[in-house]
Design a protein around this ligand. Structure first.
Ligand code: S3P
Length: 426
């Protein structure tokens, strides 16, 4: 499947992007582990999140996805049954890494596989801490899918110091800790997104946070959740940048999650001189949200380094596009994690925006972008990566001539309806 994008000098309108992907995954998982009925409003019905739903359905959990609300009837962790035929996580890293923490303590064997891209992504980062807790896991080269997890029934608590700032690793260990008798803790070099901590607290788990260290006491009995998921800031980011680089117009994004562990994009765009305002701030089911308003802006280059990366990582491709329109040289460093995302995003964004005329140098741990440049239409491809596809679509809106983006089916992993929302703003 491909998209054809023609330039549009104007971008205007008010939109609500779909619900947060990270929160939806966690809400499904915790709802399945809780005892009782969980009701999740504004969940993200994307392919990635449906992989998590299907995994729990295959373990005997009743889940209704037919209405506006996602309903989950959990019977507790001990009620999960052997997933018939194994679990296919598709393209979803969050499904594999978080689910492994749950499966590690189940008294049955299970296998998780995934698509070609997911099968190239490192799993050692979760295998190591889970083994320290007594889990039995095998993987190709001890690192790649499929993962075979043979249940132990009981795990040991651990005080894990993670070498990477990763919410997936942190959440995996905390989920495993729910079934270990005693206190399991995870400490990370920089604080990663904290949705798991917020939701565990909402479920009544005994959880404590001290700086970059989070601890949970097991065994835990979880209460069901009733929550409304904020709009995903990672999806909103594409339209923030569209509103800034358009020639005329304005864009408003409603009820966007602005959790301080996710808001690096706001800081970076502010540093670049963006005309961006946050209004109507409120709390939505334990997460801060706001209406984000952007207007066309004269952007200037900025420097982005390791400290902000956990708060920014998924937004780097669209920041690179903004930097191609900014005055000066933008330097992004400390971002080597980008190489192990749905594609090697350092390489793919440099190559594809490069094909549209951008001046981008690749570095082992980042990118150097020379701006501003006038982009031109080209035939480009997503490399199977949703965030690369959406970045290229926004690039197409400001390029001269027609842009054809190949292999865009992957966008449904995080943002079904992206193209229609984009067209509604042009
Ligand atoms: C996610 C964490 C991040 C992020 C990913 C979603 C999550 O990955 O890039 O898109 O929901 O926990 P890492 O934990 O690998 O940094």
């Amino acid at each position: 499947m491909h998209w054809t994008i023609n330039p549009s000098p104007r971008a205007a309108g008010s939109v609500t992007v779909p619900g947060d992907k990270s929160i939806t995954h966690r809400a499904v998982m915790l709802g399945a582990l809780a005892i009782g009925e969980s009701i999740i409003e504004n969940y993200l019905p994307s392919e990635d999140c449906m992989r998590t739903v299907q995994a729990f359905e295959s373990m005997g959990v009743r889940i209704d996805t037919t209405g506006r609300f996602l309903r989950i009837w959990g019977n507790g962790m001990n009620a999960l049954t052997v997933p018939a035929g194994g679990i296919d996580a598709g393209n979803s890293g969050t499904t594999v890494r978080l689910l492994s923490g749950i499966l590690a303590s189940r008294p049955f064997s299970s296998r998780i596989c995934g698509d070609k891209s997911l099968s190239l992504r490192p799993m050692k980062r979760i295998i190591e801490p889970l083994r320290l807790m007594g889990a039995r896991i095998t993987a190709i080269e001890d690192n790649y899918l499929p993962l075979d997890i043979s249940g132990t029934g009981m795990l040991k608590p651990v005080a894990y110091v993670s070498p990477v700032a990763s919410a997936q690793v942190k959440s995996c260990v905390l989920f495993a800790g729910l079934a270990a008798a005693g206190i399991t803790s995870v400490e990370e070099p920089v604080k990663s997104r904290d949705h798991t901590e917020r939701l565990l607290a909402a479920c009544g788990a005994d959880i404590s946070v001290d700086g970059n260290r989070v601890a949970v006491r097991g065994p835990a009995r979880l209460n069901p959740l009733t929550l409304t998921v904020p709009a995903d800031i990672s999806s909103a980011a594409f339209f923030m940048v569209l509103g800034l680089v358009a020639k005329t117009g304005w864009i408003e994004l409603r009820d966007v999650g602005i959790n301080p562990t996710r808001d690096g994009i706001l800081e970076v765009l502010n540093n670049m001189g963006a005309r961006i305002r946050l209004n109507s701030r409120r709390n939505l089911s334990g997460e801060p949200v706001a209406m984000i308003a952007v207007e066309p802006s004269i952007l200037k280059a900025t420097e982005i380094s390791a400290a902000i990366m956990p708060r920014l990582i998924d937004e780097v491709p669209i920041v690179v596009l903004a930097a191609t329109q900014a005055q000066g040289v933008t330097v992004i460093s400390g971002a080597s994690e980008l190489r192990v995302k749905e594609s090697d995003r350092i390489k793919t964004i440099a190559a594809e925006l490069g094909a549209m005329g951008a001046h981008i140098e690749e570095r082992p741990d980042g990118l150097v972008i020379h701006g501003p440049v006038k982009l031109h239409g080209a035939t480009v491809r997503s490399h199977g990566d949703h965030r690369i596809a959406m970045t290229l679509a926004i690039a197409g809106c400001i390029a001269e001539g027609t842009t054809v983006i190949n292999d865009v089916g992957c966008v449904d992993t995080s943002f079904p309806g992206f193209l229609e929302t984009l067209q509604g703003l042009l």
